[in-house]
Design a protein around this ligand. Structure first.
Ligand code: ZN
Length: 326
């Protein structure tokens, strides 16, 4: 049942060897109790938006949930500040998507005393897809980067964009919170069940929309939608690779542009962020429309306050995708 993807390592702390789980709710550490003397509520730190929203849905008001990466921060190339690392150190529970997304997490956790912290890798139970990049020729550079950093970018971490896999992540988060804060365990599990019901409806809406569609290919800015494509039998063509910041080569762009022209593609999807220039240029070149498809790697505070959340943005994404997939 336990997957080996999330690493474990040993670390010497004050003369004792502590076994740290890089990932996973059922590690062998003592778990920080919810109600410590300083703060009444369980202190939970999450990395980027979907982790925050899923956790908030589960915790409601029974835990203090904070978000490390505000909207506008590039999740893929993020490195935490020392202030953020201090915030993680103070948490009872730390929740992230995967070492393949938040690549800085294993190193940061190794540098902290996590004996009193529960670490939840929300995607732990999910088998990640290998990324099959084709529309970009940046591989040599990223391989060099990999050699330098020791990170691999060939595994696709974007599981939260599949509503069904989102349910798996919500379950992992709920079980972790229940373990860390037994007093509120029942609430966490109940809230998770309610939220999973909503994710089921989201899944149904996607299924119904794409049933029998003839044109099933969509072109995106970065390769964030492979799990969603897999779930609903669609084909994602990405302008850039897994990382939102990589730029495609001229040759790759030409191939993509030929494909778009030859295959009656009506829309190119971009993200409302700084890296959208290539998608915009391509759309203009081949004379197709632009539409927004959000990878949910960040939602602005403003949008959150006006009611945007994971489910509402996924419904916006569905409306946008219907423009190509029909
Ligand atoms: Zn991404």
């Amino acid at each position: 049942m336990k997957r080996k993807r999330c690493m474990k390592w040993t670390l010497s702390l004050l003369g004792t060897t502590a076994l740290l789980a890089g990932c996973g709710a059922n590690n062998e550490m003592a778990v920080g109790g919810g109600a410590d003397t300083e703060k009444d509520k369980l202190q939970v730190v999450t990395t980027f938006y979907p982790m925050y929203d899923f956790t908030k849905q589960v915790a409601q008001d029974d835990a203090d949930v904070s978000l490390l990466l505000e909207a506008g921060m590039e999740v893929h190339s993020f490195e935490p500040s020392s202030q953020m690392i201090a915030e993680i150190q103070d948490a009872d529970v730390f929740i992230y998507n995967s070492p393949e997304m938040e690549t800085w997490v294993p190193d940061v956790l190794a540098s902290l005393d996590t004996s009193d912290m529960l670490v939840i890798c929300a995607s732990e139970a999910i088998t990640l897809l290998e990324y099959e990049g084709e529309a970009h020729a940046h591989d040599h550079e990223s391989e060099e980067e990999d050699a330098e950093t020791g990170h691999t970018h060939t595994v696709d971490p974007h599981v939260w964009l599949d509503p069904v896999l989102a349910e798996t992540e919500v379950t992992a988060i709920a079980e972790g919170l229940a373990q860390a804060d037994a007093d509120h365990a029942e609430n966490y599990l109940e809230n998770a069940e309610t939220y999973i019901g909503k994710l089921n409806e989201l899944d149904e809406a996607y299924r119904a929309a794409f049933e029998g569609a003839e044109n099933r290919t969509f072109v995106t800015q970065h390769a964030a939608f492979a799990y969603l494509a897999d779930r609903y039998d669609l084909v994602q063509l990405a302008i850039t690779g897994l990382n939102a910041e990589t730029e495609p080569s001229a040759a790759a762009l030409a191939t993509l542009s030929d494909y778009v022209k030859a295959n009656n593609i009506s829309h190119i999807y971009f993200e409302n962020n700084a890296s959208s220039q290539t998608a915009e240029t391509l759309a203009e070149e081949v004379g197709v429309e632009l539409a927004v498809l959000s990878p949910l790697e960040g939602i602005t505070k403003e949008d959150q306050e006006s009611g945007s959340d994971y489910i509402s943005v996924m419904l916006d994404n569905l409306e946008a995708l219907k423009q190509s997939i029909n």
